[in-house]
Design a protein around this ligand. Sequence first.
Ligand code: CA
Ligand code: CA
Length: 245
Amino acid sequence: MFTKLIGISAGLLLGLSGVASAEDGTPTNFTVRIENTTKPDAFTASNGVKWSLAFSPGMAAVHTEKAEIFSVGKKDRSQGLEAQSEDGDPSMLARSLQSVKGIKSIVVFTTPIGAAGPGPITPGAAYEFTFSAIAGDRLSLTTMMGQSNDWFYAPAESGIDLFENGKAISGDITSQMVLWDAGTEVDQEPGIGSDQGPRQKAPNTGAAENGVVRNAKDVKYARAYAKTSEVMKVTITPAKSPGSN
Ligand SMILES: [Ca+2]
Ligand SMILES: [Ca+2]
């Protein structure tokens, strides 16, 4: 599972055009933490098999425009979202987004906190990553629902507005995370599907769906994992500006 992480090192920061100065001249540094709040063997498949939920390595982008990674109701753009969603591999998506207009910086997160190397976050584990942004910037991030064929968690296509009335957002943003079906692979029952990440013979294995990116809350099998507050906790913390307490 999630073995195709070629060329990506933990916490790799791909600086692009540089972060422009805010009105007061200072970008804000943010830390995002994604925690898997499920318990081991929390789920039981229809055949009685108990399984644990995990979330894959992923990527985050700071951007100024909307719908940088996908558009609801449209086909996947073939820029790497499929590999992220089906194989838990964010590397192609991170690379291709570098040349997309409005993308300011990209972070790839692959190594769980305290782990020796890249891998998914299993129950209780977490990823953290940091980036900087100014007022007007938005955050998008992606991670695979690791026991699915092509489901990923991400905010709405417009991303999360990192500032409200010029002030950096802070705290729990789990409610802004949504489970999406990438529309690229036919769905099987989570946890036991033979073409899903942990069990498929090779990356990109499974029946083509020829669908569109859609909210998974009404997708067969997906409802239990679409309530993001029941499976993860995502927080964002802006660093204090120099001189403040
Ligand atoms: Ca699907
Ligand atoms: Ca597959």
